[in-house]
Design a protein around this ligand. Sequence first.
Ligand code: ADP
Ligand code: MG
Length: 618
Amino acid sequence: MAKAVKIKFIELGAGGILYLAALYTAGDGEWTSGAETVCFLLAYFALAAGVFAQLIRNFRKMHFFDENFLMLLATVGALIIGKYTEAVGAILFFQIGKLIEEISMSRTKKSIAKYMDIRPEFANRKVGNKEENVAPSDLKRGDVIVIRPGEKIPVDAVVTAGSSMVDMKALTGESEPGEVKIGQKVYSGSINLSGLLEARVSKVYAESTASRIMGLVEGANKKKSETEKFADRFTKYYTPIVTCLGILVMILPPMMLPAHDTETWMYRGLIFLVAACPFGLLVSVPLAFLGGIGAASKQGVLMKGSNFLEALSKAETFIFDKTGTLTQGVFHVKKICPKGMTAEELLELTAHGEAYSSHPIAVSLQEAYGKDVDLGRVKYIKEFSGFGVMAEIDGKDVYIGNSKFMNRQGLYYQPVSEIGTAVHVAVDGEYAGYILISDALRKDAKRTIRWLERHQLEAVMLTGDNERVAQSVAKQLGIEYVYANLMPEDKVAQLEEFIDSQMESENLAFVGDGINDAPVLARADIGIAMGGLGADAALEAADVILMEDEPSRIIDAIRISRGTIRAVKQNLIFAIGMKILLLILAFFGYVSMQDAIIADMGVMLINILNSFWVITLC
Ligand code: ADP
Ligand code: MG
């Protein structure tokens, strides 16, 4: 149990017992003897101590009016006019309400953290033939670790022996376990299910997937949505206003209606203050947002803050990067057309040139080559984002890239008419041929685009690839708006054009894979990155991260964000409506101080239930 919750429990327990004792001795709760008064006062101070402490903390921050202030003002007033039972009862229920808030908040956070139950506790480091049990943070890069079935993978590592099924549900929301073999990566926070694995540490604990994700989620609590900011601003004005109103209730009616006595209106004014307490109202908003973030993380969608969740619910346009986002980013070689060398030599040259690039094209070409690259032959490598790479291989200057790259370097190349991405190669200024590669669509890309269309959301595709490939992909997916041949900076420019042309209230989301599109991810209203596993740049630049390489997770993300906003709106309307009703009732003397605070607690509970209900159903 959280410490704050424990303290609240003790406060409440002590105060509650004293309160009951006082009630017992007092009978009717009216002023009779000194002993009861002492008992009531003790109960009051036991219960109100925390509220006082909070008030003093607020005063230090020059922040005067809030629900604590209202409660203390009202209850101290009630004590002064001798309404002991009422004063203590109100503060008791106020504290119970706070406790419920505390518990549900920490439970929601915990449920996120539980989904985030990815913190590995230990690691088995292999030294010689022995194993030692160490903390994951003690591991260094290059250490060899042993992971037994059932154990959590402590840090990101590459398998060096064994094979196994690995459960990544906690990281990606994907319930099917996946198989890992020698040479493949395993991610910290996932669970080794079946076989014994030996792996070499590729990232220290702090840089590993588990700690990075936990860092992200912890940070998400701090980024507030517009609605939450509005609620904060609202109380800033609301509280002083209702305080004044409460005071007016105390003084105006007795002055204007001579038949009415001062004490009744004094008491009503105090009840009015309690009824005005914005407590239940304020709790339900952040709680619903937290619930939404939690629900999304269960689906493998990480939101970096409530503000992004809110923005996503209002997104009208979804701009997709092509390679690696709508397509798998796994290219197959369709054709090799060498000039002045054999096909094998051309592929070998290309694989060497692409040795240091992480672009999907580079990875696929190395895969197609199939052999180990001899890094000793490669001296100088420079990557030109959106163009290709240049390298010095065996002392020769090699350019590898698209036709734009060849044009830019003033190199001759042979135009290609077939559909596909042509990777041209030039050696020492001489054209050496091209490799034609093509990429397959992601399985669920079409479904995602269809869903967006059905919901009147615009889908746009941007790509650095050529027009033909772009059109063919767009046609298969049913995307109407396509922009091809874009350099990474053109993508940013295009995005800005979209942003300028849309209305203030609309939002634009960019969906990319984080490879050379970080600037666009950062510039969009909402940057959504796919494949949170592995792509470090994406984790940094994006606002929303889809842990699994599945565009359809966007559908879940949109649904959840809309559901959350719906819950927030319902909660607000209900809470404000009840508040107004309560204030009217208080003014006419139909509620007691306790009733007012219990009603507020009821509103809060209903709102909490509503949030979970709406969010889980969406
Ligand atoms: P996309 O918008 O489809 O993600 P990129 O901006 O990543 O495309 O790349 C655009 C084009 O630049 C690619 O289609 C390819 O022709 C070329 N290119 C980029 N990087 C490389 C590379 N490492 N090797 C060869 N060609 C590359
Ligand atoms: Mg890309």
